[in-house]
Write a protein that binds this ligand. Structure first.
Ligand code: SAM
Ligand code: ZN
Length: 140
């Protein structure tokens, strides 16, 4: 079995994009696993109610794993819950189907101090205006 390598050091702090964000504390090489998006595993038959409740507060915490399951980072989440969205992301998402683990991975080399961002690819009402760059028309 391959030896698991240490995850890169990251820090949560205030972001220009929105509220808190997550930033690299050391160089991260392309495709490196950075952190898993932790949260309670819930069936999608229950996720709609929670999503709607969080959206009323302007927040997206429920991450769709597949057609059946989601993870709710508001329950048992880690720092991954603070990673913001960008339409030009530096991270991509890998789903481990057996464990339903959501990995945030680097889509290119990331320098220390850079904010980590991925494309939320949200489904549903799209009520939040994206602020990834001036004039961005995407609704999250
Ligand atoms: C998973 S949280 C990210 C952490 C958030 N910044 C915080 O401090 O709680 C997702 C929420 O952050 C905000 N957000 C993330 N990326 C955004 C973006 N590009 N533009 C506008 N709001 C964003 C939205 O309110 C979204 O519901
Ligand atoms: Zn955008």
């Amino acid at each position: 079995m391959p030896t698991p390598t240490a995850l890169p050091r990251i820090v949560r702090k205030r972001s220009k994009l929105h509220g808190l964000g997550v930033f690299a504390r050391e160089p991260i090489s392309k495709n490196k696993r950075i952190i898993d998006y932790a949260g309670e595993l819930i069936h999608n038959s229950k996720s709609g109610v929670r999503e709607a409740r969080y959206l009323k507060q302007g927040c997206i915490w429920v991450f769709r794993v597949n057609r059946a399951w989601s993870r709710d980072a508001a329950v048992g989440g880690n720092d991954a819950r603070y990673i913001n969205h960008s339409c030009t992301p530096n991270c991509w998402i890998e789903i481990e189907p057996k464990t339903r683990t959501i990995w945030i991975r680097a889509s290119r080399r990331i320098e220390p101090g850079e904010e980590l961002v991925y494309d939320y690819s949200t489904v549903g009402d799209h009520t939040i205006q994206c602020r990834c760059r001036p004039g961005c028309k995407t609704m999250l």
